[in-house]
Design a protein around this ligand. Sequence first.
Ligand code: G3H
Ligand code: 13P
Ligand code: ZN
Length: 328
Amino acid sequence: ARITLRQLLDHAAEHGYGVPAFNINNMEQGLAIMEAAKACDAPVIIQASRGARSYANDVMLAKMIDALAEIYPQIPVCMHQDHGNNEATCLTAIRHGFTSVMMDGSLEADAKTPASYDYNVAITERVSRMAHWVGASVEGELGVLGSLESGHGEAEDGHGAEGALSHDQLLTDPDQAVDFVARTKVDALAIACGTSHGAYKFTRKPDGDILAMRVIEEIHRKLPSTHLVMHGSSSVPQELQDVINKYGGEMPQTYGVPVEEIERGIRHGVRKVNIDTDCRMAMTGQFRRIATEHPTEFDPRKFLKPAMDAMRDLCRDRLERFGTAGNA
Ligand code: G3H
Ligand code: 13P
Ligand code: ZN
């Protein structure tokens, strides 16, 4: 059954759990997420980026979600637009059956340039008003996702939006968060606490200087009834790096967000936890293993099935550790 983000996160807040939001691009990822949810009786958030929508086609994605909901009728599914960049992206998502949208107004519509606060408030408020007319939920974002390790990650090559920003500008300002939520009426607020997208978040196991969980605690104190969202929440597990590298990969050593830090966030108002990279790595490790161990294999299913199983196991682990399990 379909559920909105608001309905799901209200339940999560009431019962003190968090919900991972896994990205979808294809059927195998959809099945992996739903199999994991079924195995532990959990509701799910499935999210599609703009890239996913153009990769899979809106119609394909919409019908795939219909199919997943029909195959797994017992699992509540929230279908969410990840990082919507303008009104059109958000409204076309809703038109295709998404029950929730993120209006990411922290960046200008080109999704690269940091936006002014006024721009962010105005566009998020507009999307929020329109989505609420038709019963969909809205996530906004305040602060810029980016590594707090200067000279590392996206900032290094100047591609990241955070390249020109200082340490403090990257983190969400708690007082501004209070104003933002009041003015935009978003159902959930994505905050920046030093994480970034992708595999290369930290060059060492993160401490409180580079992963600022205290920011979350302060925002939660000021906004106790706002559902908080952590982006860039892949843990980039060593085991997954090792599998990829054992079978011919060349991923440099890297560190993600430890699951115990996410669990700490969940104790302080974090309700939605975005995970894409870990799922990608779980699948890719199996592609590489099969290609290496069975070099004569050419049936895609022989690659995709183990990849799906590895992603299912990863998803189930997060559903259990975040307390989502048992709440379907
Ligand atoms: O926001 C980042 C997500 O991992 C989606 O990535 O834009 O490559 O689909 P993508
Ligand atoms: P990761 O790259 O850490 O998986 O983050 C995904 C994300 O935030 C999607 O919006
Ligand atoms: Zn994100």
